[in-house]
Ligand binder design. Structure first.
Ligand SMILES: Nc1ncnc2c1ncn2[C@@H]1O[C@H](COP(=O)(O)OP(=O)(O)O)[C@@H](O)[C@H]1O
Ligand SMILES: O=C(O)C1=C[C@@H](OP(=O)(O)O)[C@@H](O)[C@H](O)C1
Ligand SMILES: [Mg+2]
Length: 172
């Protein structure tokens, strides 16, 4: 067999990568993996604690290694953290893979994650922070994506269905 992930999900915080990734794995009868969860398991602490205790740069180094390991080893559905595409080496690793970019607008983002404390990058003024993040990242998500799937006003099940359609995995 060819190996490599069946699906890789990218997109901003709250777009549903983790939620939809688990549903997709179920649909495809394949294992699910999430690089944020890999980092938490390896470090024995939450992402927000890594940011506060060691800083974002350290988190990005851990994330880069976690994505490289997962892309090399994992043959199921893989959800990345929202900032994984900031790294040029990571973007190069994703080239040619079945990557879906889960998109959403700012109001949907604020509804989903704006009030949570689990995502440190949105903790203060989530609407403005999210816009700034997207201005910096939108083109990076588009660069690595084979398909863009809008998630606004769709349930996670509907998003999963749309990803299968967009990546032509319906018969997989
Ligand atoms: N399509 C959707 N519609 C409504 N809420 C959603 C949808 N997808 C995810 N959510 C909710 O948004 C939050 C963030 O989802 P999550 O899967 O953790 O996103 P990500 O991994 O992209 O940050 C969760 O509370 C989740 O239940
Ligand atoms: O966008 C980002 O920079 C981040 C997204 C988070 O993952 P999700 O996109 O799964 O929320 C997590 O990796 C960390 O809080 C940083
Ligand atoms: Mg996630």
């Amino acid at each position: 067999m060819t190996g490599g992930p069946l699906v890789v999900l990218v997109g901003p915080m709250g777009s549903g990568k983790s939620t939809v990734g688990a549903l997709l794995a179920e649909r495809l009868g394949a294992p699910y993996r999430d690089t944020d969860a890999d980092i938490v398991a390896a470090e024995g602490r939450e992402i927000s604690d890594i940011f506060v205790e060691d800083g974002e740069e350290r988190f990005r180094a851990l994330e880069k290694a976690a994505v490289a390991a997962a892309v090399a080893e994992h043959e199921g559905v893989l959800a990345l953290g929202g900032g994984a595409v900031l790294d040029a080496g990571t973007r190069a690793l994703l080239a040619g893979l079945p990557v879906a970019y889960l998109s959403m607008d700012v109001e949907e983002a604020v509804r989903r994650v704006g009030l949570g404390v689990a995502r440190p990058l949105l903790a203060v003024n989530p609407r403005r922070q999210w816009r700034e993040l997207m201005d910096a990242r939108r083109h990076l998500y588009e660069e690595v994506a084979r398909a863009v799937v809008a998630t606004d006003a769709r349930t996670p099940e509907e998003v999963a269905e749309a990803v299968l359609d967009a990546l032509e995995l319906k018969d997989a």
